[in-house]
Design a protein around this ligand. Structure first.
Ligand code: GRF
Length: 197
């Protein structure tokens, strides 16, 4: 049975594109919705060009009322009847109330080797710490931020010449490999952890 995947974005959507491109042939899942909280997300255009249904639920009209925003967000997502939610650069923190309605069916990609560097500015923090390695993690989403069961990690060696921007670009390339690999396994009901390399 083909699993239906909704992808939530806020920006360029390069991870969304990598996920959507991977869901072909004998892949057990297909994209059914790309939703952004920002109407001007470039990822919405890319999704539409790929023939994927798109939606926008702008958080700003809700004036910080997270539960009101999340009620509308939930209903719009549910209308697409997804089996799996993939957060891919979705930049709104989701409350426990929302997460608990999707827990076990919701993945996120985070640009660090969790549990190191939850939150923002991960590349600058890894450089400031003088880490030798860095990378990205795909995990199941739980109410605690960037804290759910890890399903995959990809790592690279930090180059002494790296800046936050060059490091982010190299990690992003790993994200585009890791997330599709984890989604394919997760959609098949396999929760074995993927480690690259
Ligand atoms: C990625 O770096 C991801 O790790 C972080 O936000 C960025 C999303 O980029 N959560 P894109 O929108 O997928 O290109």
């Amino acid at each position: 049975m083909t699993r239906r995947v909704a992808v939530l974005i806020s920006g360029g959507g390069s991870n969304m594109v990598a996920l959507a491109r991977s869901m072909t042939g004998d892949h057990p899942a297909r994209p059914v919705l790309v939703l952004s909280n920002k109407a001007d997300s470039a990822g919405l255009t890319r999704a539409a060009e790929m023939g994927i249904e798109t939606a926008v639920v702008d958080h700003r009209p809700f004036d910080g009322d997270r539960s009101a925003f999340e009620a509308v967000l939930h209903d719009r997502i549910a209308a697409a009847e997804p089996d799996i939610l993939c957060l891919a650069g979705f930049m709104r923190v989701l409350t426990a109330g929302f997460v608990e309605r999707w827990q076990g069916r919701m993945l996120n990609i985070h640009p660090s080797l969790l549990p190191k560097y939850r939150g923002l500015h991960t590349h600058a923090r890894a450089l400031a710490a003088g880490d030798a390695e860095h990378g990205c993690t795909v995990h199941e989403v739980t109410p605690a931020l960037d804290d759910g069961p890890i399903l995959g990690q990809a790592r690279l060696s930090i180059d002494p010449a790296d800046t936050p921007d060059t490091l982010a670009a190299r990690v992003l390339e790993l994200e585009h490999q890791l997330y599709p690999a984890v989604l394919r396994r997760f959609a098949a009901g396999d929760r074995r952890v993927i480690l690259m390399p």
